[in-house]
Design a protein around this ligand. Structure first.
Ligand SMILES: *Cc1c(COP(=O)(O)O)cnc(C)c1O
Length: 363
């Protein structure tokens, strides 16, 4: 029934260790019971270490998009600037519009990133009260310079920075406190290597202060009760109890590895793909979509040669070999393929993926 670990390289959901899956198979507990409080209490410190924060880590039974919506509902007073460089950053703009916020969309070509000087210019031009950005744009494999962009946003004063860290948290450096991120979102099924179904969010003090003044926050994604309850080791609504068991087991494993070592392991995988692409660039006509220095540590997006195999054909051929990778996404669906090397994967397992890809691409 179970296939060996190390064959499933989607940019989400990612592969979950059998022992983490098994950790879920425990009896239910009442979410107002001391058992849940103990479990949430035990997780507090290791979770804060993952997010590099002293702030509470809020959790909801939702996919990451749920807390992206929470970021908009609680962090945008009126006018939000959405920095779009791919499908997931576009999602923030779609949510903001759907929540009735005045939404200014600025774009750079897919595979590229916004840089701090351009963000300064856009802030001066549009005077938004919040900015959204995706740290690691999983659709293109581009990694944005969030620390620098956050500094630019803070220079503008009372402007909230709402960050999607869905494929960066637990896979590459994310320093919530040091970088002064106002709201950071992730989901359980990416570099945390858990089953899907939990959204995580960390809000700055000024974000929570603003949230309390914004009308129309709704109910389920109103962050005020999440913030209040998690301080009491509770959740406002029924948590995904089974996922909490898995999370408790996983944060222990992450603490044992050490978050910085976990980042390094991902960096080694990023660098191995880079090296493989360079080695075969001439013979196979492949290249990385984002430029050097702006490549995600968790998702590599590789350009295919014109007139060659399509992205979906490559992922299909890999799947016939028992290995799951992803085609491109959106506009780049057929011109690229993506390897999600995150969570608990290692370079050794990635080698097998790259060997098979070399054969597939040789045709
Ligand atoms: C996967 C992903 C999301 C969406 O997460 P869901 O859990 O499906 O809501 C958002 N942003 C990025 C960058 C992602 O990779």
């Amino acid at each position: 029934m179970s296939t060996p670990f190390g064959k499933f390289f989607l940019p989400g959901p990612t592969e979950v260790r059998p022992e983490i899956l098994a950790a879920q198979a425990k009896p239910m507990m009442g979410h107002r019971s001391s058992k849940t409080e103990d479990l949430l209490g035990r997780m507090e410190a290791p979770l804060k270490a993952v997010f590099r924060t002293e702030r509470p880590v809020m959790m909801a039974a939702a996919s990451a998009t749920g807390f992206m919506e929470a970021g908009i509902r609680n962090g945008v007073r009126q006018k939000v600037l959405c920095l779009v460089n791919g499908a997931f950053s576009q999602r923030f703009a779609d949510i903001a519009k759907a929540c009735g916020k005045e939404t200014l969309v600025e774009k750079v070509p897919e595979g590229e990133t916004f840089e701090a000087p351009r963000v300064r210019e856009l802030l001066a031009r549009h005077a938004p009260d919040a900015v959204t950005i995706v740290h690691s744009e999983s659709a293109t494999g581009a990694l944005s310079p969030i620390a620098e962009i956050s500094a630019a946003v803070h220079e503008a004063g009372d402007v909230m920075l709402i960050v999607d860290g869905v494929t960066s948290v637990a896979g590459s450096p994310v320093e919530v406190d040091q970088w002064r991120l106002d709201f950071l979102v992730t989901g359980s099924q990416k570099a945390m290597a858990l089953p899907p179904g939990l959204a995580f969010g960390v809000a700055s003090e000024r974000m929570m202060a603003r949230a309390r003044t914004i009308p129309g926050r709704g109910i389920y994604f109103d962050l005020v009760p999440y913030d209040e309850q998690i301080r009491k080791r509770q959740t406002p609504y029924t948590p995904a109890v089974s996922l909490l068991y898995a999370l408790a087991a996983q944060v222990e494993l992450i603490a044992t590895e050490g978050i910085e070592n976990r980042w390094k392991r991902h960096d080694a995988m990023r660098s191995r793909v880079e090296q493989w692409v360079a080695q075969h660039a001439a013979s196979l006509g492949i290249g990385m979509l984002p430029r050097e220095g702006r490549r995600s540590w968790t998702v590599s997006c590789v350009k295919l040669p014109e007139g060659g195999q399509a992205g979906t054909a490559v992922s299909k051929a890999m799947s016939a070999r028992g290995i799951t990778i992803a085609s491109g996404y959106g506009k780049n669906k057929e011109t690229t393929f993506r390897i999600g090397h995150m969570g608990d994967h290692t370079v050794a397992e990635l080698e097998v993926v790259l060997e098979n890809l070399t054969e597939v691409l040789r045709g």
